[in-house]
Design a protein. Structure first.
Lengths: 251, 564
């Protein structure tokens, strides 16, 4: 497809995304020390191929959000650096100022596990939340940043204690007011993920009725979101949901 | 209008100027005509020709570039006539008495010259020969003799190989260009050290630099202007990532031109400058040429072509074209060509530039992710020969009949004697071989279990005219294996303090007393029965007792370990 129509943005972005995903499958999700040298070489070869496809797409279509989002993600795998990831986001934000998938990807880059700092991660999350219109889902990033920091403790008890700190709890509530609790909130792009993140945070805050409301709003759906950080994502999601329903009631 | 005249057999260009009179005598010779082992010879000649003039307070200058050398002056007609007449006289009858002084001045000039970000690019693109020589120090200076210089002057500084240009009313009266007869020399063939392009290398500065070679044409010079505007917008105006963004276009004299673009970067923004640079190039490569940029660049050129000084200003480049045999356009032809350039033409240049590009990236960065191949830093093959092991590490040096190979960290590196551009030889036995492909290998005899004959073999195989003897090194600068240094340290007796022995005795006695007591108490606890309430308290005493014993015994262990 791309060979026949080199200027097709959708085909380019899809090929890029596919190559990145294939690369990450080779690398596996294990920490770097458990990945073989050969796996790394093939992983990087995939990412480089993806990058070159995506460079072309964004060169031809600088307003293409999908391709820029993939490039932000790819900057992370290729370890190109914090400033480069930010530059890519800024290119996208010129055309799409509240693009949540790109923001979520850059937030990952800004976490310490990708050579960022907590200050930068929280700062960026707040920046996105404040700039977004009322009822938009972007404030979920504030919660995600706090969950990232909380789950950096290997033990759920400590994670929960971290979130229950007055300042963090206030920020999470504020984020909910701006998004999932806002009357203008719509179940738009990524809504299951957004509600899953909030549901997990409320469980860890031991605010089970609030968690139960988010689980109920998703009905039979759910997103693995950050549940994979604490074990098998599906099983953990169900465990958290059962607990929320048991302690917070089913409305 | 530029008039073409003749002065003593030298083609002469004359154009009017409203400013001060100036003139230049340009020869078709430069660093690209030299070999690395003789590098600096043209520059030294240029200095020797100017040296006796003692014209420090005049606007005079000499310049040695890759393919041409110019003597330039601004002043009265009389001064210019005297200046150029003397330069020619000096070139034909060299003031060789000043040879050593001028060599010294050139060495100082080199060491005081700051290194620019782009200095290394020629050697990465061309190797240690022709157009790559300008990247290296003038290593040939030391061995150059008066005869070498005379021969060089007779071959290159001839009237057929020169062009005179004058911005002023007329050729100054009394000007005599007494140059020997010779031939117009062609521009040297261009070598490449890049097996694959686009390529990149890691430079020693914070800037990102693009080096490209394109066919010489008006559209290519316009492309440089368009690229500069794009870089300025993307890196300075938009992102505030760079302070300096420039692009330049320079004809090489062989139907091609060099394109250079540079963007500097703050330390924490280098990755973003590289990314933005790559994206800017990609934008032009896929053909998104902004018409507004093209129009602005063309308009700026047209403004220049419309000025009264245009002919005087283009004299140096006009002279260059005469010397290299490339076409010269009239101002009207220039205008017509500029007008005809459209975005498709610029796009074509962009594709050509990118296909052969060499990108310099800051330390700690790469550009393979963007499709640039790493420029070679090691050799593709090795030569067989006697192997000598490195004293530390597991590297190996192979000294063979064809060349020398290094197998170890950063290798393999191979320099074949037949393709050795230069060998630097130090009196202490160290050698540095630099291959035509710019692969460089330092051999430090102190660092190898080297047979004394090995260096003699190398010396006898590298052609004598490629060898340069270096001054003796300060012994501190000769590397020594770390093991030898550490071994020397080991033989030194460990210094002991007077308090060590008493401390060991005291802590030994104390540990024995407390440890003994605690041991007995522990034993007692197991044998006798104690009231339940006392038991907890006694176990506490035992725990503290054992802890004290360990702490008191610690100094003995530590001191023993130090004494071993």
């Amino acid at each position: 497809m791309l060979a026949r129509r080199p200027d097709d943005a959708v085909a380019g972005a899809m090929l890029g995304a596919h190559l990145i995903r294939a690369g990450w499958r080779i690398r596996s999700a294990y920490r770097a020390q458990h990945v073989s040298r050969e796996q790394f070489a093939r992983f990087h070869a995939h990412l480089r191929r993806a990058e070159q496809v995506l460079i072309d797409v964004t060169a031809r279509h600088p307003e293409d959000a999908a391709a820029w989002t993939q490039r932000i993600t790819n900057a992370r795998g290729l370890e190109l650096g914090q400033a480069e990831a930010r530059r890519r986001y800024d290119q996208l934000a010129k055309h799409h100022p509240h693009h949540l998938p790109a923001q979520a990807s850059l937030l990952q880059q800004f976490c310490p596990k990708w050579s960022g700092t907590w200050e930068r991660a929280h700062g960026f999350a707040r920046e996105c939340a404040e700039a977004a219109p009322p009822g938009a889902p972007n404030a979920v990033l504030v919660v995600e940043a706090h969950l990232e920091e909380a789950l950096d403790h290997d033990d759920l008890g400590k994670a929960s204690a971290h979130l229950r700190g007055a300042h963090v709890r206030r920020e999470i509530h504020q984020a909910a007011q701006q998004s999932v609790w806002h009357p203008g909130f719509r179940d738009g792009w990524g809504w299951v993920w957004v509600r899953s993140v909030f549901a997990m945070a409320f469980c860890l805050l031991e605010e089970y009725p609030a968690a139960a409301r988010q689980f109920a709003a998703m009905g039979r759906l759910g997103d693995e979101a950050m549940f994979g950080y604490v074990g098998d994502p599906t099983r953990q999601f169900q465990r958290f949901r059962d607990k929320a329903y048991a302690k917070g009631g089913r409305s | 209008m530029i008039q073409e005249l003749d002065v003593d057999g030298v083609p002469t260009l004359l154009a009017p100027t409203g400013g001060p009179m100036r003139a230049g005598l340009t020869f078709r010779v430069g660093t690209a005509d030299e070999t690395l082992a003789r590098s600096g010879i043209t520059h030294l000649l240029e200095h020797l020709a100017l040296a006796p003039l003692g014209l420090a307070d005049y606007h005079v200058n000499g310049a040695t570039a890759p393919v041409f050398t110019t003597f330039h002056m601004q002043g009265s007609a009389q001064d210019i006539a005297t200046f150029l007449t003397s330069v020619c006289a000096n070139l034909t009858d060299l003031p060789t008495g000043r040879l050593d002084v001028e060599k010294e001045i050139l060495r100082t000039e080199h060491s005081s010259r700051g290194t620019a970000a782009v200095d290394d690019i020629p050697l990465w693109r061309h190797g240690a020969r022709d157009f790559g020589i300008t990247s290296y120090p003038e290593w040939g200076l030391g061995a150059l003799t008066a005869d070498d210089l005379r021969q060089w002057a007779a071959r290159w500084f001839t009237r057929e190989n020169a062009v005179l240009w004058i911005a002023g009313k007329a050729v100054p009266a009394g000007l005599r260009l007494t140059l020997p007869a010779g031939v117009r020399q062609p521009v040297p063939a261009v070598s490449s050290a890049l097996p694959q392009t686009p390529a990149y290398f890691v430079g020693g500065s914070r800037a990102v630099v693009l080096d490209a070679v394109v066919r010489r044409r008006t559209a290519a010079s316009v492309f440089a202007g368009v690229l500069e505007r794009e870089l300025y917008r993307a890196l300075r105006q938009d992102g505030g990532l760079s302070y300096q963004t420039t692009a330049g276009y320079e004809p090489r004299g062989d139907g091609h031109a060099t394109l250079r673009a540079l963007a500097d970067a703050l330390p924490e923004k280098q990755d973003a400058v590289l990314g933005g640079f790559v994206d800017t190039l990609a934008k032009l490569r896929v053909g998104r040429i902004e018409q507004a940029d093209l129009d602005a660049v063309v308009a700026k050129r047209e403004d220049f072509l419309g000025t009264a000084e245009v002919d005087a200003a283009r004299l140096p480049s006009y002279a260059f074209n005469v010397l290299t045999g490339e076409r010269n356009l009239t101002v009207d032809e220039h205008r017509a060509e500029l007008k005809a350039v459209d975005t498709d033409d610029v796009h074509e240049v962009a594709r050509e530039a990118l296909a052969g590009a060499l990108l310099m990236v800051p330390e700690g960065h790469r550009a393979d992710w963007a499709g640039f191949a790493a420029a070679p830093t090691r050799s593709a093959d090795t030569v067989a020969g006697t192997a000598y092991r490195e004293k530390e590490g597991d590297g190996e040096l192979h000294v063979g009949v064809d060349g020398v190979s290094w197998l170890g960290h950063g290798g393999p590196l191979t320099v074949r004697y037949a393709e050795c551009a230069l060998m630097l030889a130090w009196p202490d036995g160290a050698r540095q071989l630099i291959g035509d492909d710019a692969i460089s290998m330092r051999i430090e005899p102190t660092m190898f279990d080297l047979h004394p004959g090995a260096i003699r073999v190398i010396d006898s195989q590298v052609p004598a005219d490629r060898q340069v003897v270096m001054p003796a090194r300060d012994p501190d600068r000769i590397p020594q294996p770390r093991a030898a240094a550490a071994g020397a340290g080991r033989r030194e007796p460990v210094k002991r303090s007077w308090w060590e022995i008493p401390l060991m005795i005291v802590s030994g006695l104390a540990a024995l007393t407390i440890g003994g007591g605690t041991f007995l108490l522990t034993l007692g606890m197991f044998i006798t029965e104690t009231a339940e309430s006392d038991e907890g308290w006694l176990w506490g005493v035992i725990a503290v007792g054992w802890l004290l014993t360990v702490i008191l015994a610690l100094p003995i262990v530590l001191l023993r370990r130090r004494r071993r």
